[in-house]
Design a protein around this ligand. Structure first.
Ligand code: KIV
Length: 263
């Protein structure tokens, strides 16, 4: 079955949880897609996990287009979501030019990081046939403004602002929202306040879908593991088994439990 925006809206309406997993090449895209992962995220996290940078900032549109084309070749019917990298959508005109390249490489939906200031860009893209996911909360391209990779929306004022921003982005035409590292009660409130599907990472169990970085669920790579990461390979013994265990845990609601969430 081919997953598209309509399928995601049906998941939200029926309450069935869906999964998203980062994917950067044809082989892993094939494995994740055949394991039932509904969305393959061509994340700019590739700057860290593939290229070895200490942030996502050095990633280019050319990098993203190349890896999107690789993922497309291995994909078995999942939806391909591609990140627009740092400073590739700083004006609506720049966003349109770069978005065209990523869609032509094989993306079905593009993800951009920010808040209500993205409204004009989102309207321009979506009105021209490009679905958009708005990534809010901890937005890694803003690491230098945020002062590190920290949970966002902990104080009441910041939390209320995030709810207002989510409503503004939905009104502008965003098709999907993604919340990274926000307290579970805030993620629940946003998920219930908007009609579009909401995907969470480190955002608790109440979002409509979950996303994780593939290397994290396989327990590979250097550095500190964030609280919301679970190694699914450890319990399943094979890569395909780990992907299936992740899908199963999200569908049955056993992941993410409190242990993997921020209260
Ligand atoms: O680039 C990425 O992998 C992401 C996820 C962390 C959501 O944006």
């Amino acid at each position: 079955m081919n997953i598209n925006l309509h399928t995601l809206r049906q998941f939200k309406a029926s309450g069935e949880k869906f999964t998203c997993l980062t994917s950067y090449d044809a082989t892993f895209a094939y494995e994740a897609s055949s394991a039932g992962v509904e969305i393959l995220l061509l994340g700019d996290s590739l700057g860290m996990v593939l290229q070895g940078h200490d942030s996502t900032l050095p990633v280019t549109v050319k990098d993203m287009a190349y890896h999107t084309a690789c993922v497309k070749r291995g994909n078995q019917g999942s939806m391909i979501m591609t990140d627009m990298p740092f400073m590739s959508y700083s004006t609506p005109a720049q966003a349109m030019e770069n978005a065209a390249k990523l869609m032509q490489a094989g993306a079905h939906i593009l993800k951009i990081e920010g808040s209500a200031w993205l409204s004009e860009t989102i309207s321009m893209l979506t009105e021209r046939g490009i679905p958009v996911c708005a990534h809010m909360g901890l937005t890694p391209q803003f690491v230098n403004k945020l002062g590190g990779y920290k949970v966002q929306g902990r104080d009441e004022q910041q939390a209320e602002q995030m709810v207002q921003d989510a409503l503004a982005l939905e009104a502008a035409g965003a098709d999907v929202l993604l919340l990274e590292c926000v307290p579970s009660p805030l993620a629940k409130k946003i998920t219930e306040s908007v009609k579009v599907p909401v995907i969470g990472i480190g955002a608790g169990p109440d979002t409509d879908g979950q996303v994780l970085v593939m290397h994290d669920i396989l327990g590979i790579g250097a550095g500190r593991r964030p609280k919301f990461v679970k190694n699914f390979l450890a319990e399943s013994g094979s890569i395909q088994g780990a992907f299936k265990a992740y899908v199963d845990a999200v569908k049955t609601g056993s992941f993410p439990s409190e242990e993997y969430s921020f209260s």
